[in-house]
Design a protein around this ligand. Structure first.
Ligand SMILES: O=C(CO)COP(=O)(O)O
Length: 126
C-alpha cells in the first residue's frame, strides 16, 4: 500500500465508544482530512458517523503493524490511538511496536481525548 493519510484513528475495544464520541463532536474538522483506521475502529466510526475512513486490517490481525509501516515510510504523521489501560491484549507486542515507531519518527501522537484535541489543533494549524 503506498497511500498517505493525514490522520490515523485507532481504539481498543474498551475505548471505541470514547473515540466515536470524540469523532462525532469534531466531525466538521475531521471531514476534510484523509483518515485511516484499523479495521474494526474504522468500521465502527463509519457506521456511527458516515465519515469516510480508509480501513486497514484489524489491529490484532496486523493493522497496528500496517500503521507502523506507514509511519516508517513517511506516509503517516499523526496518530490518535485510544489505548485501553485496563485490558490485556493478545497483540501487545504490535501495540508496543506501533508506539515505538511513532516515537522514533516523531509522529504527533495522542492516546486519549485531551491529547487528541491537541493533535487535531496542530494538524488544523498546518
Ligand atoms: O487493536 C487495535 C489496536 O491495537 C485496534 O484494532 P481494531 O480497530 O481492528 O479493533
Amino acid at each position: 500500500m503506498d497511500n498517505r493519510a493525514d490522520l490515523a484513528l485507532v481504539a481498543h475495544d474498551g475505548k471505541k465508544d470514547d473515540l466515536i464520541a470524540w469523532v462525532e463532536n469534531r466531525i466538521d474538522r475531521l471531514r476534510p482530512l484523509s483518515l485511516i483506521a484499523t479495521g474494526t475502529t474504522g468500521a465502527r466510526i463509519h457506521a456511527a458517523t458516515g465519515l469516510e475512513v480508509g480501513r486497514l486490517l484489524s489491529g490484532p490481525l496486523g493493522g497496528d503493524a500496517q500503521l507502523g509501516a506507514m509511519i516508517s515510510e513517511g506516509r503517516l504523521k499523526n496518530l490518535i490511538f485510544f489505548i485501553d489501560p485496563l485490558s490485556a491484549l493478545p497483540h501487545d507486542v504490535d501495540v508496543k511496536s506501533l508506539l515505538r515507531l511513532a516515537i522514533l519518527y516523531d509522529v504527533r501522537l495522542a492516546v486519549n481525548s485531551k491529547s487528541a484535541d491537541a493533535v487535531l489543533a496542530a494538524l488544523a494549524a498546518e
